[in-house]
Design a protein around this ligand. Sequence first.
Ligand code: GLP
Length: 242
Amino acid sequence: MEIIIKENGSVASEAAARVVARLVREKPNAVIGLATGSTPLVLYKEMIRLHKEEGLDFSQVSTFNLDEYIGLEKDHEQSYHKFMWDNLFSHINIKPENVHIPDGMAVDVPAFCAEYERKIVEAGGIDLQVLGIGSDGHVGFNEPTSSFASRTRIKTLTQQTVADNARFFAGDESKVPHHCITMGIGTIMDARMNIMLAFGEGKAEAIAATVEGPVSSMMPASILQHHPSAKVFIDEGAASTL
Ligand code: GLP
């Protein structure tokens, strides 16, 4: 695990964007795993800037998103579909057919999840996976106790995650979906490189447990200690208890 501590989240996000840009320049048809949440927003802004100002070309890139809420239509204000199109895809030259995001309205969820895994394999596997981290150490929506061998599947959000994410639903926990589709920890660990971003003191405890704690399914992100190529981009707040 490589830990990169920068003075703030913007500088850390720019450093992470350089890793993404290097991959896309070296491998124009790279397969990139993407995350949602507030953390990767500056990374996505920087990817857009690199596209617009430096011609970074996404025309052959494929993407697979980590997760989606079950029961939200694609155009729902808080769906991860809408988040990704609003904050990244609409601003770069990616082909819509190369974008993959779990479908929260899938009728047959297990069949959808198996197909999602098959598409990742068919695309050649994920070259680089972007990750955030939940305050309880979840990655994607792999909550504590998630199996390290898990693949894309349905999960139930913990009460803490429902409470954490209520801020996106006007603070109303009753509006937060309780189920989701998420790539599994096994899926994430198969990515050839993982880059995790975490900013602010609210993430400090989870980052310390991820980086220095025992590898435990109670802290899902800690499995990254076993990944051959994992970089953790953090600011001074998230690094404050290391
Ligand atoms: C959600 C997402 C995670 C994300 C986490 C942290 O639960 N499923 O992928 O890492 O939120 O969000 P934030 O970056 O807003 O703190």
